[in-house]
Structures are given as structure tokens and as C-alpha cells.
Design a binder for this molecule. Structure first.
Ligand code: SF4
Length: 97
């Protein structure tokens, strides 16, 4: 095969990660732990409305109920950070590991 002939090239190992082909199998994915302060929560419900996979509200008091303190997906990590930013009472803390 000439250098210009790529039609039969095996692309299964093609690097699309932007890492220059580096082995990323040992790279730890960031994790988070979410904590909530029920005493600080003023029952606004922004968290549950924004990310119902992570937060709910107590039906009696309206205060936050944390559904998953250690979500695994990056999308939920981003959502948890957003909820912490949106909470008007500072009742949500996201700790990065
Ligand atoms: S956004 Fe904050 S104040 Fe509102 S329910 Fe959630 S934790 Fe409570």
C-alpha cells in the first residue's frame, strides 16, 4: 500500500481522543461527592427542577432530598455543579475528588 492509499487502512486504532495516541486507560475520571444542608435549604426547589435525577423535595417540607451523592456520569457532575451555583441558600456542596 502506498502512502497515499488509505482506502484499505485499518482505522480501528485511529486516535480521535486528542491525546496523541497516549494510553488513557490509567487516567482517573474525576469524581464528585454531593452534600446538602437541610437546615440551610429554603425549599426553593431549583435543584429538583434542574436535575431530578439528583435532587427531590420532601413532600411535607419542600426541603431538598439528595437522591445520589456520588453520581458517576460527567453530565450529572456538571448538573450538580450547576445546581450548587443556582441554589439561593448555599445548601448544596459539590466536592471534587
Ligand atoms: S435549590 Fe437549594 S434551597 Fe432550593 S430546594 Fe434545592 S437545596 Fe433547597
Amino acid at each position: 500500500m502506498s502512502d497515499a492509499d488509505v482506502s484499505d487502512a485499518d482505522v480501528s486504532d485511529t486516535d480521535v481522543s486528542g491525546t496523541g495516541g497516549a494510553d488513557t486507560s490509567d487516567v482517573r475520571r474525576p469524581t464528585i461527592t454531593i452534600t446538602v444542608d437541610g437546615d440551610a435549604c429554603c425549599a426553593m426547589g431549583r435543584c429538583a427542577a434542574t436535575e431530578p435525577d439528583l435532587f427531590d423535595q420532601d413532600p411535607a417540607t419542600g426541603t431538598v432530598v439528595l437522591l445520589d451523592p456520588t453520581p458517576s456520569s460527567p453530565e450529572l457532575h456538571a448538573s450538580a455543579r450547576l445546581c450548587a451555583d443556582l441554589c439561593p441558600c448555599g445548601a448544596i456542596t459539590v466536592t471534587e475528588h
